[in-house]
Design a protein around this ligand. Structure first.
Ligand SMILES: [Zn+2]
Length: 83
């Protein structure tokens, strides 16, 4: 059963639970949760990698390269160029 991470759409209106986000195990067959089970305010599902990227700045090319990533840039002809 996958674990989903939910957080209040408007954290300032949420309760102590959804303001900071909460994890919920839920069968994939069930529709996604749309409101906090506690305070009934709207929540949204976060696709959760280890560090939630929506709260971090996107990496610049040089940052990514120094972290050991290979940077590929898509060209207009559809191929990828290694930077
Ligand atoms: Zn709540």
């Amino acid at each position: 059963m996958p674990t989903y991470f939910y957080i209040a759409v408007k954290p300032e209106e949420g309760c102590i639970r959804c303001r900071k986000g909460f994890e919920l195990r839920r069968p994939m067959t069930r529709p996604p949760l749309t409101e906090c089970p506690l305070c009934k305010k709207p929540v949204e599902k976060i696709i959760q990698p280890v560090n939630t990227p929506r709260f971090t700045k996107p990496l610049s090319v040089s940052d990514a390269r120094s972290a050991g990533f290979t940077i590929l840039e898509k060209r207009s002809d559809g191929s990828y160029e290694k930077l």
